[in-house]
Write a protein that binds this ligand. Structure first.
Ligand SMILES: [Zn+2]
Length: 109
């Protein structure tokens, strides 16, 4: 069955970054590494979680931090840096966050 929603061309300015600005994507990747690859409890995990919990606005659950925490942490860092328009800062200007370029008539069927 054909994909009825169709697809447009991937955005050349945020290829594989899902509509995020380069800065938001890059900083998010660094935070993801911190949140997903924390040391063990024996290695002082609590000291790391103190920082990630502050940035995410909530503590990790038994599985750790999730994608929502990652977005919250990225936005929190931007806010702490004085960014006032978080959406503009984190969104690719070329595709306005859609990750695709083109218009509806170019959508594949
Ligand atoms: Zn884009």
């Amino acid at each position: 069955m054909a994909d009825e929603t169709g697809k447009l061309e991937p955005c050349p300015d945020c290829l594989n970054s899902e509509g995020y600005s380069p800065a938001a994507y890059w900083i998010g990747k660094r935070l993801q590494d911190l949140m997903w690859n924390m040391p063990s409890r024996e290695q002082g995990r609590a000291d790391y979680e103190r920082i990630t919990t502050f940035l995410a606005g909530r503590a990790p659950d038994s599985w750790g931090h999730d994608e929502i925490d990652l977005r919250a942490a990225t936005r929190k860092l931007a806010q702490l840096a004085g960014v006032t328009d978080i959406r503009a800062w984190e969104t690719c200007a070329t595709c306005d966050g859609s990750g695709e370029v083109g218009n509806e008539s170019q959508r594949t069927s």
